[in-house]
Design a binder for this molecule. Structure first.
Ligand code: GAF
Length: 386
């Protein structure tokens, strides 16, 4: 978080005055992928990389926003029915609208923001941006009357209503609710969650970025969700006596009953989701017992499912996972929405140097580019800096 940079740009690009500074993190997710919109469990944590904004009400009804890293400036009226075109500004515009819907009387403001969440790496830079502005507007214009959960939902609604991504709640949840040193197990159906201190002695969590840019807008992400909903619809039609909202409500037997109707592809998607629900629970037990070998084994199983059944991996990421396996890394899988981005690896301390050297050299040799390595620290969620 480079506060000095944000402050100096804010002063330079507006009227020389300072405002309030807020920050929100990106996230990792240990296990529980594509389960959030299926009512299942996720296991994310906020990281020490995020979006930081400086913001000050300007006494008008116009938002003037400057994206420091892109050197791009956009203006829009708070009640503009359409909003700006550029993708980064649509997140801010969407949050303004969603906070207004939640009773916050948002007026015009000046803002400059910057981030150190790598873009397109599957670390939720967009959720960090949404959460940062949701938190800031709630503080500046709403006297913090909107609950943290509603800030999460405002971020998710921004993706749905203004950015074309029909995402679940994991990313915004992790960004808003994160706590230092703790992962969170969230039940996305009941919204109950628990903090899990995460300090795996003798292991490091390492992200390997394939530098294949992942972008959910316009990707088959929404199609995956549709496949899951289609399976639920067929199961519900067979069992009118019960209520089925998401795949979380469905059993393996019920899934098998509709196998021929829904077709192999949708069946495979649902099969992955049901398996992932079981895996997250197994990982919770393993973490409680300090059994990181089982955690790692489940991570590899998740990768297999995401690659073969859910089909959200790509050749480069599969290669990164195969290098991890060859090197004896405890656990590895593609992380986040997929279609590029990072693998998350649970690596024994003594293997770390060898693995990092190997993965860089082998990836470079095969794809002619070096993967990026991020050692993340589990950190605090959205907050005011000053
Ligand atoms: C993306 C989405 F935004 C999340 O809601 C979640 O579905 C994730 O992909 C996959 O687990 O990050």
């Amino acid at each position: 978080m480079d506060i000095e940079n944000v402050r100096s740009r804010f002063i330079k690009h507006f009227d020389g005055k300072t405002g309030s500074i807020y920050t929100s993190p990106g996230r990792i997710n240990l296990i529980g992928e594509h389960t959030d919109y299926n009512g299942g469990f996720v296991f994310p944590g906020a990281i020490d990389k995020g979006i930081t904004c400086e913001i000050r009400p300007n006494g008008t009804d116009t938002v003037m926003a400057y994206a420091i890293d892109l050197k791009d400036r956009v203006e829009f009226k708070v009640d503009d029915p359409k909003g700006p075109k550029s993708s980064w500004a649509r997140y801010i515009y969407g949050i303004v609208q969603e906070m207004r819907k939640r009773g916050v009387d948002v007026k015009g403001f000046n803002t400059a923001f910057s981030g150190d969440v790598p873009l397109g790496a599957g670390l939720s830079s967009s959720a960090a941006l949404e959460s940062c502005f949701a938190f800031a507007l709630n503080d500046l214009f709403g006297n913090n009357k909107v609950s943290k959960w509603d800030l999460v939902l405002a971020g998710q609604a921004t993706e749905h209503n203004y950015c074309g991504v029909n995402c679940g709640i994991m990313d915004q949840f992790a960004s808003v609710m994160g706590q230092e040193g703790k992962l969170m197990r969230l039940d996305c159906r009941s919204r109950e969650f628990e903090y899990f201190p995460f300090n795996p002695k003798g292991y490091k969590l390492v992200l390997v970025d394939s530098v294949v840019k992942h972008e959910l807008a316009g990707s088959p992400y929404n199609d995956r969700r549709k496949s899951c909903e289609n399976v639920v619809k067929h199961i519900a039609a067979k069992h009118p006596e019960s209520k089925f909202e998401t795949l979380r409500d469905c059993t393996w037997e019920q899934l098998d009953e509709v196998k021929n109707e829904v077709g192999q592809e949708d069946y495979n998607r649902a099969k992955y989701v049901l398996g992932e629900k079981d895996r997250v629970l197994a990982v919770c037990d393993a973490l409680n017992a300090g059994d990181y070998e089982t955690v790692g084994k489940k991570m590899y199983e998740t990768h297999e499912g995401l690659s073969k059944d859910y089909e959200v991996s790509c050749e480069e990421i599969d290669f990164l996972a195969s290098v991890a396996k060859e090197d004896g890394v405890t656990g590895c899988r593609i992380m986040g929405g997929g279609f590029g981005g990072c693998t998350i690896n649970l690596v024994k301390d003594e293997l770390y140097d060898k693995f990092v050297n190997d993965v860089k050299a082998k990836y470079q040799k095969k794809y002619g580019k070096e993967p990026k390595i991020y050692n993340v620290v589990i950190s605090e969620g959205s907050h005011k800096v000053c």
